[in-house]
Design a protein around this ligand. Structure first.
Ligand code: ADP
Length: 416
């Protein structure tokens, strides 16, 4: 049995791969859909797309192509992985991609399980929480690309898809996996296409994973992956790859997330290392800017790696967005990070610590990192990874992940 995972962004992919590996499954990860077949024999294959905020048709097309490729690699069960904060808009892309995958697998329903209790994402009475705040009252309300203005998962799902959603509330989870499987089938018979399950803790994830073990497709954040690993029929226990442990070499921190946690991480790290705030204006109109900052990175290699950051608080972010336009600003900044990464890799930098899902996608794409082995975990859902075919180590963090000391902690693993 092999699990095929389609992740809607790059850090989301490493996040789920890390949970699988920490729970004993072997996993390899690819950025985009590989042209060749795999030669390894992993329990799970993760394909990361950049489909979280691209046009709906593109997200659907790429997800279906990923499904086809995964089927050809022997995958029999599938998992559509999105962010534990349900990053999406009224247009998608979580709903349309789920609909397309269900249609391709010719199955009438699936589960919707964004919860990641270890990182404070829980679903209680159908509402998604980020720690003690409702999703729409958390920092996600101000996300630059997918501002989350609701927290009712069923309502968000229905808004962006073609079917009906139904809730299963937490008292029912206490009745065990057989009861839950029967309840899911009953709700599906009554016409529900998306079953939104309350999830307060890891125990709930285990029950949900075993109750949904016969579904060809599940959807959710990375939390459910740990539950699936626990009830997986054959666990190879290969786990993490020793080759993916980062080695002492030049390093850089590139921070392109504006999440609350990344703002804290940048502030903490500024006290430890050389840091440079990105001049957004120059990203637009100075082609030698990446070259200049690449040199600055090389000149500032000390105990802790130098950091270039676009990370800004809400006020500064909205000022930039008003001045340049949201999309234009995002693209110019992502392009800068992509270009500076290529220049640094050419000059021998081997360790890249990157904050931000889209930012990580842009960096890995530019570095032509296609396949990854999963290494030691820095924080829940954030491992060091190593490119399959080159000596490049990456720590790729989605915005809100990790604690305030994340950037330094990642480097402390290099020297262990
Ligand atoms: P997260 O994981 O927090 O969602 P992402 O990298 O996915 O982070 O998204 C953040 C987006 O915000 C990126 O497209 C990035 O280029 C953009 N961005 C970062 N800093 C700024 C800024 N100062 N002004 C405008 N946009 C920014």
């Amino acid at each position: 049995m092999r699990l095929g995972i389609i992740a809607d962004d790059f850090t989301g992919a490493t996040d789920i791969a890390s949970f699988l590996v920490e729970n004993g499954l072997s996993a390899i990860q690819f950025s985009g859909i590989p042209k060749q077949n795999i030669t390894e024999e992993p329990d799970a294959i993760v394909v990361s797309l950049k489909s979280r905020s691209c046009p709906v048709e593109l997200a659907v097309g790429n997800s279906l192509a990923a499904l086809e490729w995964l089927k050809n690699q022997g995958c029999e069960r599938f998992y559509f992985k999105y962010c534990s904060t349900f990053d999406s808009t009224a247009a998608g892309n979580i709903g349309p991609v789920t609909d397309a995958l269900l249609a391709a697998l010719d199955f009438p329903y699936t589960i919707v399980c964004p919860a990641l209790p270890v990182n404070g994402r829980t679903v209680i009475n159908g509402q998604l929480f980020v720690h003690h705040q409702l999703l729409n009252e958390s920092g996600m309300r101000h996300h630059p690309v997918t501002p989350m203005v609701d927290s009712n998962v069923a309502r968000m799902m229905e808004q962006q898809s073609q079917g009906k959603a139904a809730n299963i509330f937490y008292p029912e989870l206490a009745k065990g996996n057989e009861y839950l499987a029967a309840k899911m089938a009953e709700l599906a018979d009554a016409g529900a296409k998306y079953l939104v399950l309350d999830t307060l803790d890891e125990q709930h994830l285990n029950v949900i994973a075993s109750a949904s073990a016969n579904l060809p497709l599940v959807t959710g954040g990375s939390g459910l992956a740990a539950g699936i690993a626990h009830c997986w029929p054959k666990v190879s226990h290969i786990g993490r790859s020793v080759e993916a442990c980062p080695q002492p070499s030049s390093a850089v921190v590139l921070s392109g997330s504006c999440s609350d946690m990344t703002n804290q991480q940048v502030a903490f790290y500024q006290a430890k290392a050389a840091s440079h705030a990105l001049d957004i204006e120059r990203c637009f109109n100075q082609s030698d800017y990446p070259e200049e900052l690449a040199q600055w990175v090389l000149d500032n290699q000390r105990t802790y790696a130098p950091m270039i950051y676009a990370t800004a608080d809400r006020q500064a972010l909205s000022k930039v967005q008003q001045q340049y336009g949201e999309q234009q600003a995002s693209q110019a900044i992502e392009r800068f990070f992509a270009q500076v990464s290529v220049l640094l890799a050419d000059k021998g930098v081997q360790n890249f610590i990157v904050a931000g899902g889209e930012t990580s996608g842009a960096v890995t794409q530019a570095l032509k990192v296609n396949g990854l082995r999963i290494g030691p975990q820095i924080a829940p859902g954030v491992p060091w990874v190593r490119a399959l075919d080159k000596t490049l180590y990456l720590a790729l963090k989605s915005g809100n992940f990790g604690d305030p000391h994340f950037f330094a902690k990642a480097q402390e693993l290099i020297h262990e």
